[in-house]
Design a protein. Structure first.
Length: 255
């Protein structure tokens, strides 16, 4: 008798459970069906699509920016500069004693020494030795534009470029101080380089011309003719800095 009651109770409970499951399934189906035709579902899907699309675009922009930072702007090879003969200039950079050299590239005006000359010279020298190019053109800060270097606070060491063995010191790093501490910079960096180029395209009018000349061992003067170069030559003759060459706009020695 007890067994029959138990089976009956189980049967009743099972029937109720089946009915409850059927009701839940029916309600779930109706909810899903109503959701399929609801505008909120499509709004959520559209929002998610827009979110992922915007995230993808921002990710690609960031990735492109990272690659551009790691691979700076390619500097044109000096061999492509057909307007200037670098043979005489390269001959002036020799190492008779094997010691690091400090070579001053000096001119009386910006027209006589465009930034392409020191940049192309540095690139050629960097092919065989470690070179540091220091920009003293505080008016234009030209090297920062050529190598796409932002005006950042003064670093502890010269800035690495995309050219092997070539480092630079942009001119804007000097303008952050009242006086140009070129001597201390050279003392700290000279042991690491084979040659240091000082780019001074308007040396005669530079407020720190005395400091610049005293920091150089030798100089190459750029001018359109000897008459125009006379004031600059007179300035350099008063110092221990030796003039190695006087070159014209085409890179050939002045007649």
């Amino acid at each position: 008798m007890r067994g029959q009651c138990f089976v009956l109770a189980v049967s009743i409970h099972d029937g109720q459970l089946i009915i409850m499951i059927a009701e839940i399934a029916e309600e779930t189906g109706e909810w899903i069906s109503s959701l399929m035709y609801s505008g909120w579902l499509y709004a959520v899907i559209a929002g998610m699509a827009v979110f992922f699309f915007v995230t993808l675009i921002l990710g690609l922009v960031w990735l492109f920016g990272q690659k551009k930072e790691k691979h700076p702007k390619k500097i044109p090879d000096a061999a492509q500069d057909k307007t200037f003969d670098y043979n005489a200039l390269l001959a002036a950079t020799g190492t008779p004693n094997g010691k690091p050299r400090r070579l001053l590239l000096a001119a009386a005006s910006l027209d006589n020494l465009p930034v392409t000359i020191p940049v192309n010279l540095a690139i050629q020298l960097a092919a065989t030795e470690k070179c540091l190019l220091i920009d003293l053109d505080t008016r234009r800060d030209a090297l920062s534009h050529v190598f796409e270097i932002a005006s950042v606070p003064r670093p502890a060491t010269p800035v690495v470029t995309g050219v092997a063995n070539l480092h630079i010191w942009p001119a804007h790093l000097f303008t952050q101080f009242r006086q140009m501490d070129l001597k201390s910079l050279l003392a700290a960096t000279q042991p690491r380089y084979d040659i240091i180029l000082l780019n001074a395209p308007y040396l005669a009018a530079h407020p720190d011309r005395g400091r610049i000349i005293r920091c150089a061992e030798s100089a190459v003067v750029f001018s359109k003719d000897k008459k125009s170069a006379a004031p600059l030559r007179k300035l350099l003759d008063k110092s221990p800095c030796k003039i190695l060459k006087m070159l014209g706009p085409d890179g050939r020695p002045l007649a």
